[in-house]
Design a protein. Structure first.
Length: 428
């Protein structure tokens, strides 16, 4: 069964850290690198609410202070007011304290030019171009391609009677489908998947992996400018007239990454829920109803993007009784807000039909609606194909021994081992 959002964290608690000098507002701040955010986030969020309310002081790597917005209403307020809470990272008042080679530099850095950090008319124009490029994706072709890739991946392990569904399935499928609709040749898909995952996971070769991703996207942009085709990359290149090649490549990488990793974790978290929660396990034989329920439930309780370092105050203000200084960093706590007991007091009640979660963000920087539909199609197809092909699939370990990825920013499993009756290739 899923955990209660107010469950005490007991031994798995994010460690309290010493506040930065001269920063009384950060008394009792917790380190975001503490283990509790992976092992028992519900308990940690509950303790933070009791100690600080819906906006809590936290410390990033290097004891850099920030605010974690845990309240649903407060998160809604921050993401709705782009004038007071900007996406411009250059406004941060802590840049002088950020050390060289800071581990979070890939996530938070100065002079970012991608659409994620754009503001005003520039952001509006680029966001509309991206939305139109994704909206033109044929939903039937997308579903067909997702089913084709899913079948191909299942064929790799269906005869073995066991598999690890994160590495062998969930982490591969979205990228391969997205590469196809982008217009990336299928032969380049596997290497791109490996490079993208290595870069996201911060492995030793993360820099080289990112360089490979950048090279593929740069070549893609050049190829589509020379020979446009009915794909996402061609439509984006055509819409970005007047922008530099560098900016086009950055935005191609951003929307590919934003589409791949959260969708992969959405698949993995949904499969885990279906295999471990008796509310869903009992109804699996009843058809597709429980798959949609489980996907919706995951966005409430185990949303793939748990926290996002994404807003800076443009002037002194207050939020939930906390004094926020000009240039302070506010971290969007999607996981905490979605489990806010003020909006979801009963975590065991089915959430079907309730899509007011903040998992896709809110306001002008929220995930474009076409992107949400693409992610949902890919994730739902992935889960359904696996259950069709391996109807007696079952977890090969107890739920409490499953390991979550060691990051406060994403909520996804490191591995999901399963067993099943061996099935023939191409069995559907």
């Amino acid at each position: 069964m899923t955990a209660s959002p107010e469950q005490p964290s007991e031994n798995a608690v994010a460690t309290a850290a010493t506040p930065p000098p001269g920063c009384p507002a950060h008394q009792g701040a917790r380190s975001l690198s503490g283990p509790g955010f992976q092992t028992n986030p519900f308990g940690v969020y509950g303790e933070m609410r009791r100690e600080h309310g819906p906006v809590a002081p936290v410390l990033l790597d290097g004891d850099i202070p920030g605010w974690l917005v845990l309240g649903y209403r407060e998160l809604h307020q921050v993401t709705s007011d782009a004038e007071l809470f900007t996406r411009d990272a250059n406004q941060w008042n802590q840049w002088d304290n950020v050390p060289e080679n800071w581990p979070l530099a890939p996530m938070i850095s100065r002079d970012q030019t991608s659409v994620v950090y754009a503001t005003g008319e520039d952001h509006q124009r680029r966001a509309e171009a991206i939305g139109e490029a994704l909206e033109a994706v044929d939903p039937y072709e997308l579903a067909r391609q997702a089913e084709h890739v899913a079948d191909r991946l299942v064929d790799e392990f269906c005869h073995q009677g066991e598999a690890e569904l994160i590495a062998d399935y969930a982490r591969l499928l979205p990228e391969l489908v997205l590469a196809h609709i982008y217009g990336i040749p299928d032969a380049e898909g596997p290497a791109l998947v490996q490079a993208m995952n290595d870069a996201i996971d911060g492995k030793e070769n993360a820099f080289e992996a990112y360089q490979h991703v950048y090279m593929v996207m740069s070549q893609l942009a050049s190829a589509k400018r020379a020979a446009p085709a009915p794909d996402v990359a061609s439509r984006m290149v055509a819409s970005y007239r007047g922008y530099s090649d560098e900016l086009i490549v950055q935005d191609l990488i951003v929307i590919m990454t934003a589409g791949h990793q959260p969708t992969a974790d959405w698949i993995g978290n949904t499969l885990r829920l279906l295999l471990t929660d008796e509310r869903f396990a009992l109804s699996l034989s009843g058809g597709r109803h429980s798959v949609g329920q489980a996907m919706n439930e995951v966005l409430w309780e185990d949303t793939p993007v748990a926290n996002l370092a994404a807003r800076w105050a443009t002037r002194d203000t207050s939020l939930a009784g906390k004094r926020i200084r000009k240039g302070d960093l506010l971290i969007l706590g999607f996981h905490g807000a979605n489990t806010d007991p003020l909006v979801r007091p009963d975590t065991h009640a089915f959430t079907e039909g309730n899509s007011s979660f903040l998992s896709f963000g809110h306001g002008e920087h929220r995930c474009p609606h076409p992107a949400q539909e693409i992610a949902e199609t890919i994730a739902k197809t992935a889960v359904e194909v696996l259950l069709d092909r391996l109807p007696d699939v079952r977890l090969a370990a107890s739920d409490d021994t499953l390991l979550w990825r060691p990051s406060p920013w994403v909520r996804g499993l490191s591995a999901l081992p399963v067993t099943f009756t061996p099935a023939p290739k191409g069995g559907r």
